[in-house]
Design a protein around this ligand. Structure first.
Ligand SMILES: *Cc1c(COP(=O)(O)O)cnc(C)c1O
Length: 363
């Protein structure tokens, strides 16, 4: 039998928009101080770890998990102050919820709208699902919302869903609450306020769930300190969530995640202590960056800081930091507004110190 060249087969059958994508890249961080992915740098106290392992010992992995994850949902409702009567949907990370939203809303001429620079998965998942993506540029000086431009784009594109990360990734700032409200009120479809960084700010739209017919609030446990468990949640009006739930794969939250997250949230105080430390370190890191020659740090309400390096030096500094043992995220080239920018996740004090020392040596 004659073998056909595989590239011809791929070229014929893989959707052109998928062929045109680059897969989400995660660099190898082996042996490096990891300040690139917004993880909580702290592990659990020893006694908590022991209790957790005991609990896992009683889990039967031969059985499917609770398809509704009832115990976990109850715990989340309390921990996240989800309003009584609100609907709640869980995802294998909030990324899966973004995917479920896309599957629910996609169709010819359906648009996802967000701001740029913003969270890259809004755009990527829109493409996976065959939706158009419109990104409205943020203001160049402080990454605030350009409200007239957003309202104009909403009017023109009639998006099925608008995503606003609040605080925003990768810029770290919190958009003005009044601006977000204007967008919720103007949007013809859903507005998802993505509160992935809720543990690091005092602001939230969670108490507003149910007050608008088109507002959904998304959270994740990843940035709080449970990135390895993969658990995201979407809160909003029940009838909306009932529709989105139809696209959920059965048992999407595995039994180890259900048991572990429920256990972790019973010990919220441990995580609250850790996030307080991270917020303190964020302030220290910000001041130190601001004091460096030619560096501009942008105020952050998240667990990372965006910082602009002296012109044309970000690539070199990023590589040199890596050689010095520190991995941060290089955003130079990701978007015109991010020229010369690096994004530094707040780590433990000694990790931040190692980063600051390595950077100071390079400037
Ligand atoms: C990290 C991040 C997420 C993804 O979180 P997972 O729950 O780990 O999938 C979602 N939105 C924003 C804005 C993020 O920065």
């Amino acid at each position: 039998m004659k073998q056909r060249p595989m590239n011809d087969l791929i070229g014929r059958w893989v959707r052109p928009e998928i062929q045109g994508l680059c897969a989400y890249q995660v660099p190898d961080a082996g042996g490096l101080i990891k300040l690139d992915a917004m993880e909580n740098p702290y592990t659990w106290p020893e006694d908590l770890r022991r209790q957790w392992l005991e609990l896992l010992d009683g889990v039967d992995v031969n059985r499917y998990p609770d398809p509704q994850a009832r115990a976990l949902k109850q715990r989340l409702t309390k921990a996240m102050d989800i309003p009584a009567g609100a609907g709640l949907l869980l995802g294998n990370g909030s990324d899966e919820l973004i995917m479920m939203l896309a599957l629910t809303l996609t169709g010819p001429d359906r648009t996802v709208l967000s701001v740029d620079p913003g969270f890259v998965m809004y755009r990527m998942i829109a493409t996976f699902a065959g939706m158009a993506y419109q990104g409205v540029p943020l203001k160049a000086d402080d990454f605030s919302l350009d409200v007239p431009a957003v309202l104009e784009a909403i009017d023109r594109h009639q998006p099925a869903v608008v995503y606003l990360a609040w605080p925003n990734n990768p810029t770290g700032n919190l958009f003005a609450e009044a601006d977000v409200r204007r967008i919720i009120e103007a949007a013809p479809g859903l507005v998802v306020v993505d509160e992935a960084y809720a543990p690091f700010t005092d602001s939230s739209f969670m108490s507003e769930v149910g007050c608008y017919p088109n507002l959904l609030v998304m959270r994740t446990l990843s940035k709080m300190g449970l990135a390895g468990l993969r658990l995201g949640l979407l809160a909003g009006p029940g009838p909306w969530l009932a529709e989105i739930d139809k696209t959920r794969l059965p048992y999407n939250i595995n039994v180890l995640t259900q048991v572990s997250a429920e256990f972790a949230l019973r010990h919220e105080d441990v995580f609250n202590r850790q996030t307080r430390l991270i917020r303190q370190e964020r302030a220290r890191l910000f001041e130190a960056l601001e004091g460096m020659p030619g560096v501009r740090a942008f105020p952050s309400e998240a667990n990372f800081i965006l910082a602009r390096m002296p012109a044309a030096r970000a690539d070199g500094i990023h590589a040199a930091l890596k050689s010095a043992g520190v991995l941060v995220k290089n955003l130079h080239g990701a978007h015109p507004l991010l020229a010369d920018c690096l994004r530094i996740t707040v780590g433990r004090p000694e990790e931040n110190q190692a980063f600051l020392q390595a950077l100071a040596d390079l400037l």
